[in-house]
Write a protein that binds this ligand. Structure first.
Ligand code: ZN
Length: 300
């Protein structure tokens, strides 16, 4: 089976792995993005992690053709650098593709992380068979990718735009972009943690699965905001399916059920029944699955 290398640079964690053409992850590791200074620190961490993985699969039946790189933020037109992300300022305008190609001695292709996630769902996950797919990932930020009739929508920053910054509540929580009450600011990891009294998101999810009422309330409130945001996006993209991914998808139905209820409450009638809302099945690893498809099975 054909394989490719894959990197998913997020606001907090960078996921690294080897992915097969059926979407299965052969090897994987997560390192902190840790971008407080020079981007070369992150490049070193990526090379230290991916280098041994590439060595381990070299000499196998299928040579690695290249490394797909998913990165949070807008890309420039030739997809060689990230040019805008309030959560990752240190990486802005950094020659990411060239740096990785020099260090890894393999071709690299960049993609916006929200696009990668949508592609992973469309090819191998909960988005299969959809004709108008909206994929959102919720973590440090909120990103969205749109695939219509098998084609990625690219009209701002090589993606569908900054969907996380539609404004849901002008008096709401301050967003990293400077506005208030953006969808991102109401559902991102920091907001979920705040609702949970400062606990880490994964702890909140774990306790909710055990029946902890505060954890359940946090996920219900987060789902309410997410459903409102998705209802606001539907008249623009008219999705037949919405897949919710990112770290928070580990909450499963504890998040998806209140999201669906809020969507039905807020969306206009034509979307209430037409749009399916489902959780990702990649447990936060959809970024590398979609990145690998840049070499294994790219969309048109
Ligand atoms: Zn914002």
């Amino acid at each position: 089976m054909r394989i490719a290398g894959a990197i998913d640079i997020g606001g907090s964690a960078t996921k690294i792995g080897i992915v097969a053409e059926d979407g299965s992850i052969v090897r994987r590791e997560s390192v902190p993005t840790g971008l407080h200074g020079e981007p070369t620190v992150l490049i070193d961490a990526i090379v230290s992690s991916l280098g041994p993985m590439l060595n381990a699969v070299s000499g196998g039946a299928s040579p690695v053709p290249g490394i797909g790189v998913s990165v949070a933020g807008f890309l420039n037109r030739d997809r060689s650098a990230m040019i805008h992300n309030a959560n990752l300022p240190a990486l802005r305008e950094f020659p990411l593709r060239r740096s990785l190609e020099e260090r890894l001695s393999l071709p690299c292709r960049l993609e916006v992380d929200s696009n990668s996630a949508a592609v992973a769902e469309y090819r191998h996950g909960a988005g299969r068979g959809s004709t108008r797919l909206l994929g959102v990932t919720v973590g440090t930020g909120l990103g969205g990718g749109v695939i219509i009739d098998g084609k990625l929508l690219r009209y701002t920053g090589e993606c569908a735009g900054d969907l996380g910054h539609i404004i849901l509540d002008p008096k709401g929580r301050l967003c990293t972009c400077g506005a208030r009450g953006c969808l991102e600011a109401m559902v991102d990891s920091a907001s979920v943690s705040e609702r949970g009294g400062g606990r880490a998101v994964r702890d909140i999810i774990r306790s909710a699965h055990k029946g902890d009422q505060l954890g359940l309330n946090v996920l219900a409130e987060t789902g309410w905001w997410l459903g409102l945001g998705l209802a606001s996006l539907s008249p623009i993209f008219s999705p037949d399916r919405i897949v919710v991914g990112g770290g928070i998808a580990a909450a499963g139905d504890l998040l998806i059920d209140p999201t669906k209820a809020s969507y039905r409450e807020h969306a206009r009638p034509e979307f209430r029944e037409k749009t399916q809302i489902v959780g990702s099945s990649f447990e936060g690893w959809e970024g590398i699955v979609g990145a690998a498809s840049l070499f294994l099975d790219p969309l048109a």
